[in-house]
Design a protein around this ligand. Structure first.
Ligand code: PEP
Ligand code: MG
Length: 907
């Protein structure tokens, strides 16, 4: 039996792996192999596969048989390729060690550079480079990084050694700078750096209890284990949870020969995107930093040069870089995010990965649309299909984020880098933990940090936006925020953060924890207080993309809209109908609520009718507005659904009012008798309506059966409105929907009554309209007897909010906060079933109901109007079970159009 292969070599124009081997080589490793095979100037190295990491976790930190021998073999190959040897005091090989998971996890895993340095090999490095300063600089970086990444451990874990954290070494470095009277790292001379190295080693020994490991092979072993361990660090776990990345993938270890960007003025390093990562324009985007190592660019310590300026300063290199960038983009058919280094005038490509996760939604959409039109993704329709498939719902969602209202007069108090688009308003917090707890308490927060590190990731999700003092467009904060679609202003150097007293200052402006600010991640501005925002706009590329998506999808996309203004927004976004108009929302409007309350509290049929007669014109005019906006398209209007007590004041509030007025009345000799009686009546009514289980009580179709006058008024309003707009020339298609039926007879009895009302309304209007009559399926019994129900209904609309509630038997109003999210954390449920349709349970019922319903009524129109109608995974399911349409909130319409196309194209 041949031995399992764990180690893969790349270098000298040939690699053992390729991009297809992502699962084993990790994203970075697969790309290094692929780039090598493409003939790009990649420094050679080898990859320890994710299989070794998986073995390591399954066997208590042991290596599999053969791994050490394979590493040794490949190390020898690498030494040969570079003409250097690990640990050689004459001409030492130095390597970088990086992690690389199969799925992109920007900034999550740790990198060690300059591995192989010790007191002996540094002599060789000085000899080879003739640059003592550079060598000691590399050495001090290595000691700091190795200590921080390999040995400092993670906060809250037993292996945690805070004294080995990076910032402790930086403090020591700062001490030396102070003693030397310089402020910049680059101003410290070789002697100074030698002193820094010596202090670092001394500090290490004190903190660790042993000398700094000097054997390069031991360093390599330590580093490999650290990469394996970092897969399981709290921050990596947290990132995976947010991104739903499985825990058992494991990471690969990439060991690669070092090349140096900090050997002098003919050296440098940079990070670029093949297209503008903010706008998607077809120009290189990123920064170049002369005489520096990669980490300097990301850390933003020194001001780097925008890549377009490099064109003027180093035209030859720029052209070469551009050529490689284009080749990579063409090869990978996506924006690339490339790291490169120039060593003594020679360009090396260190890394390429998809730039899609860290570019803005706007950029991704523009880039793929342009690439499809330029034929870079395939010919004609194939290219357009590819573009549609590459662009994810989140990208579209980002573009639909609010922006600062251009009419707002607000003046920014500071400006930083526009790192991730969209405007966000919230109160300031300074720690990720505070972001979590304040958001839990229902606040909108902006997380403000000097800079962010992977330790801060759990504070991103609950925050509305992120503001940092240091770093730029490729900083950690920028990458993570863009990936999550959170507005972010990064590198806002004008603010000065005082973490201890939880405030920041800009000149004499002081912003304390809890103060409200607005950030504009599109422009990079920071404002004091709440600045008005406007709803987002569709770009030309987005419109084009969605029109392509429309040509591929089968599923219709309708919207849930209660008002003409919402209907208009949705129609502009491409909605093809209204799938749910919740009429009770109209009852809640200030001028109507008292009339609704009169209607509920009426003691006689006449009193009730009087109130209903007053409500009818309101409802009729609402429908007229909606029908006009939806000219030519179907409009499903749902009759009253919630329990009536929802329209009355809360019981405990009424109790307090009665006590208050009763005391006041007593004190002031009966002056408040009238108010008291009114509150007492209301209290009595509320008490008479109280139910132990209101969600399973007198609501939905049951209300109409017990108190038919309300729904009769509604149907009269709908049909009258439809007749009136028809006379104006509007092409009107009303559909009347009955909620919450469990038994077909509920529908039958209701329908019989309402058909009469509709007939009467048409007679009064002296015209007729075609209308449909259907029902929501949101009770399991209705789904189970769908064949019977379909005989009476023209359409079904799955109310999956209630259907999920009733199928699981868990409350849609309380479960998430009480236990449901814990279920998700513990893996009892994979996802929150109120967000993403539970295909195995609720979905099974839907599938069955669609099939059985169509058996007895082949013309049955079927859709979904629960929140799931805007969720991409649920939309895919709706496509698969053959629904006619999904209906979602107006701002989800473009996302649903894309998701519906994805479902069809993936078929
Ligand atoms: C549903 O239950 O899914 C639904 C759309 O109705 P509502 O949310 O109004 O109960
Ligand atoms: Mg419902």
């Amino acid at each position: 039996m041949s031995e399992q292969k764990y180690v893969y070599f790349f270098g000298e124009g040939k690699a053992e792996g390729s991009a297809e081997m992502r699962d084993e080589l990790g994203g970075k490793g697969a790309n290094l192999a692929e780039m090598t095979n493409l003939g790009l100037p990649v420094p050679p190295g080898y990859i320890v596969s994710t299989k070794a990491c998986a073995y390591y976790y399954q066997h208590d930190g042991k290596y599999p048989d053969g791994l050490e021998e394979q590493v040794e073999e490949n190390l020898t190959k690498l030494e040969k390729a570079m003409g250097k040897k690990l640990g050689d005091p004459e001409n030492p090989l130095l390597v970088s060690v990086r992690s690389g998971a199969p799925v992109s996890m920007p900034g999550m895993m740790d990198t060690i550079l300059n591995l192989g340095l010790n007191d002996e090999t540094i002599k060789g490095l000085i000899k080879q480079t003739k640059n003592e300063r550079f060598a000691y600089d590399a050495y001090r970086r290595f000691i700091m990084m190795f200590s921080d990444v390999v040995l400092a451990g993670d906060e809250g874990r037993p292996n945690y050694r805070p004294e080995l954290k990076r910032h402790r070494f930086e403090e020591l470095f700062d001490e030396v700078k102070k003693e030397k009277g310089v402020s910049l790292d680059t101003d410290v001379d070789a002697e100074g750096l030698k002193e820094v190295v010596s202090r670092f080693k001394e500090h290490f020994k004190k903190a660790y209890g042993e000398e700094f490991p000097s054997d390069p092979r031991e360093q390599l072993r330590f580093a490999t284990n650290a990469v394996f361990e970092s897969w399981n660090s709290p921050r990596a776990n947290s990132f995976r949870k947010i991104k739903s990345i499985p825990d058992n993938l494991g990471t690969a270890v990439n060991v690669q020969a070092m090349v140096f960007g900090n050997m002098g003025d003919d050296c440098g390093t940079g990070v670029i995107f093949t297209r503008d990562a903010i706008t998607g324009d077809n120009v290189l985007y990123g920064n170049y930093l002369g005489n520096a190592q990669g980490e300097d660019v990301v850390a933003g310590i020194r001001q780097s040069m925008p890549i377009l300026e490099m064109k003027a300063v180093m035209p030859v290199l720029y052209d070469e870089l551009q050529e490689h960038a284009q080749r990579l983009e063409k090869h990978y058919r996506a924006i690339q995010d490339i790291e490169f280094t120039v060593e003594k005038g020679r360009l090396f490509i260190l890394q390429t990965r998809s730039g899609v996760p860290t570019a803005t939604g706007r950029a991704v959409i523009k880039a793929f649309v342009d690439m499809a039109e330029d034929g870079l993704l395939g010919k004609g329709e194939a290219g357009r299909q590819q573009a549609v498939l590459e662009i994810q719902p989140d990208h579209v969602d980002q573009l639909l984020h609010p922006q600062i209202d251009p009419k707002a007069k607000a003046k920014p108090i500071a400006k930083g880098v526009n790192a991730s688009p969209g405007a966000a308003v919230g109160t300031v917090v300074f720690t990720p933990d505070d972001a979590v707890s304040e958001a839990k308490a229902g606040k909108n927060v902006i997380l403000v940090r000097p800079e962010t590190t992977p330790d801060d990731v759990h504070g991103f999700a609950p925050a509305q936006g992120i503001l940092t003092q240091i770093g730029g467009a490729t900083s950690h904060a920028a990458l993570v925020a863009r990936g999550m679609g959170k507005p972010c202003v990064a590198g806002c150097g004008q603010i000065s953060i005082d973490l201890a007293s939880k405030k920041f200052t800009i000149g004499d402006i002081v912003v304390k924890e809890g103060d409200t600010i607005t950030i504009d991640g599109t422009k990079g501005n920071v404002y004091l207080g709440k600045v008005p925002t406007i709803p987002p706009e569709m770009t030309d590329e987005l419109k084009k993309l969605l029109s392509w998506a429309d040509s591929f999808r089968r599923l219709g996309v309708w919207t849930n809209a209660d008002y003409p203004r919402d209907a208009k927004v949705a129609r502009d976004f491409g909605a093809e109908g209204i799938g749910l108009c919740r009429t009770e929302h109209m009852f809640m409007e200030t001028e109507r609520l008292p009339v609704v309350q009169d209607m509920i509290l009426a003691k006689t049929a006449e009193e009730r009718q009087t109130a209903l007669d007053r409500l009818l014109p309101f409802q009729r005019d609402d429908f007229i507005g909606i029908f006009r906006v939806m000219d030519g398209l179907p409009v499903i209007i749902r009759l009253i659904d919630p329990p009536l007590h929802e329209f009355l004041p809360a019981h405990d509030k009424l109790l307090k009012d009665v006590t208050k007025f009763s005391m006041a009345n007593h004190q002031f000799g009966g002056v408040f008798a009238e108010e008291l009686k009114e509150k007492e009546d209301m209290l009595r009514a509320v008490e008479s309506m109280r139910e132990m289980n209101p969600m399973l009580g007198l609501r939905g179709c049951r209300l109409g059966l017990v108190m038919p006058e309300i729904i009769e008024m509604q149907v009269r309003a709908i049909i009258t409105a439809a007749c009136m707009v028809k006379k104006e020339g509007v092409d009107v298609h009303p559909e009347i929907m009955i909620p919450l039926i469990g038994h077909v007879n509920e529908l039958k009895v209701t329908k019989d009554k309402l058909v009469e009302v509709a007939k009467q309304a048409m007679e009064e209007q002296k015209t007729t309209v075609d209308y449909k009559f259907g029902t929501m399926i949101e009770i399991p019994r209705a789904a189970l007897t769908a064949d019977d129900v379909a005989e009476v209904a023209d359409f079904f609309s799955f109310g999956t909010n209630d259907l999920t509630q009733t199928v699981f038997g868990i409350s849609r109003d309380d479960a998430e906060g009480k236990f449901l999210m814990r279920y998700v954390e513990q893996g009892i449920l994979e996802r929150n079933p109120f967000q993403t349709l539970d295909r195995d349970g609720v979905g099974k019922l839907i599938k069955m109901a669609v099939e059985n319903g169509r058996k007895t009524n082949p013309k049955l129109e079927v859709g979904i109007c629960g929140e799931h109608g805007g969720d991409p995974s649920s939309i895919e399911f709706c496509h698969q079970v053959g629904l006619n349409y999904v209906s979602c909130s107006p701002f989800r319409v473009p996302i649903a159009r894309l998701a519906a196309a994805h479902a069809r194209l993936k078929e």
